[in-house]
Write a protein that binds this ligand. Structure first.
Ligand SMILES: CC(C)(COP(=O)(O)OP(=O)(O)OC[C@H]1O[C@@H](n2cnc3c(N)ncnc32)[C@H](O[C@H]2O[C@H](COP(=O)(O)OP(=O)(O)OP(=O)(O)O)[C@@H](O)[C@H]2O)[C@@H]1O)[C@@H](O)C(=O)NCCC(=O)NCCS
Ligand SMILES: Nc1ncnc2[nH]cnc12
Length: 292
């Protein structure tokens, strides 16, 4: 009985959801070697980012994930919820910029992990990946009349290259996570790859397939295509655990640093993938534990 009460306690579960979000952001940045991105070895193609700054940013954001899940706890999807999440998301962005002295460390991640935190708290008995992403997508599709109309590099890249970006990925229920990254992560683990290799393979499949507006705005369409083809070749060769896989990944890292390219969007979707993977395992098993 005690277990059931603890499991149903909103405060406890929302704190747990936010802790998992922070964990996922930390695991993403610590994963090494990532091409073009900040990791434990170097700052990739970034001059204004570092491992310490990324970890500080992840820590700063945690209370906002708690807040987003708390306002969503048991709530149906609707405009009121969308607007509350939007307001907390904007506060999280301001807190991030204050903590990092105006460096954009996790804008896309606030969006993706914020929506998923809310979706997890809406109904913690349906925390399988498909249900979570469907609920997060339904929130993202609602209009938030308080969103300020501002310039963003993402919007400008989407218009210039006629592609969809972070907003649409969420609105469509994160298809790149459900169809690509999560299956890749799990298939790689199932075939006996190390956890590091499984996560790097998930990153590569995202880089090979999404329209990363960070790559587009830094390097244009040709750069995106080159990076995508390179990643696909590593995947086709059996991934990073295969012979030459790791050396190819390191070569890609060099090319990306030379070309000043960084796949920030793929990094955010990797942290969202790790978050969903953990939520599915932890929230589902706690529910079964409580009811059995
Ligand atoms: C819907 C929003 C995400 C806004 O999106 P938009 O495209 O308008 O704006 P951006 O400011 O460009 O942010 C998009 C960020 O999303 C990541 N991303 C890029 N491509 C994709 C993709 N295909 N799928 C998913 N995610 C993607 C990416 O974030 C990462 O990169 C950031 C660094 O980017 P940038 O500053 O451009 O970096 P650099 O190239 O390094 O800059 P320089 O050094 O050259 O100066 C990093 O932060 C990663 O996170 C894109 O940046 C959403 O933010 C929104 O509408 N918010 C409003 C509040 C709200 O409603 N919230 C609700 C729930 S939380
Ligand atoms: N590891 C990373 N390096 C650079 N930008 C990022 N955005 C999210 N994660 C990142």
């Amino acid at each position: 009985m005690d277990n059931l009460l603890i499991d149903n306690d909103a405060t406890w579960t929302c704190l747990k959801i936010a802790q998992l979000a922070q964990w996922a952001l930390q695991e993403e940045v610590l994963l090494t070697p990532k091409p073009g991105l900040v990791d434990a070895a170097d700052n990739g193609a970034h001059r204004d980012l570092s491992l310490e700054l990324m970890l500080l940013s992840a820590q700063t954001l945690t209370p906002y994930f708690t807040e987003m899940s708390s306002v969503a706890w048991g709530q149906p999807t609707g405009k009121l919820l969308r607007e509350k999440i939007g307001e907390i998301g904007r506060d999280a962005e301001s807190a991030m910029l204050l903590a990092t002295r105006q460096v954009n460390t996790h804008r896309g991640a606030i969006w993706a992990l914020g929506l998923i935190s809310a979706a997890a708290a809406q109904n913690n008995r349906q925390s399988d990946a498909v249900s979570l992403c469907a609920r997060a997508g339904a929130i993202a599709r609602l209009n938030d009349k308080y969103i300020p109309i501002t310039f963003s590099k993402g919007k400008s890249a989407c218009q210039r290259y006629q592609v969809t970006g972070a907003k649409e990925e969420a609105q469509q229920g994160f298809p790149s996570i459900i169809k690509l990254a999560l299956p890749t992560l799990r298939a790689s683990r199932a075939k006996g790859d190390s956890e590091q290799a499984a996560r790097l393979n998930a990153l590569l499949v995202l880089m090979a397939n999404i329209n990363d507006t960070c790559v587009l705005s830094r390097g244009g369409e040709n750069a995106l295509l080159t990076v995508q083809h390179f990643c696909q070749e590593i995947i086709d060769g059996g991934g990073v655990a295969a012979e030459n896989g790791m050396s190819q990944l390191l070569k890609l890292g060099e090319i990306m640093i030379e070309g000043n390219l960084s796949p920030g969007g793929a990094a955010d979707l990797l942290s969202a993938t790790l978050f969903i993977d953990a939520l599915e395992n932890k929230l589902i098993s706690r529910f079964h534990y409580a009811t059995n």
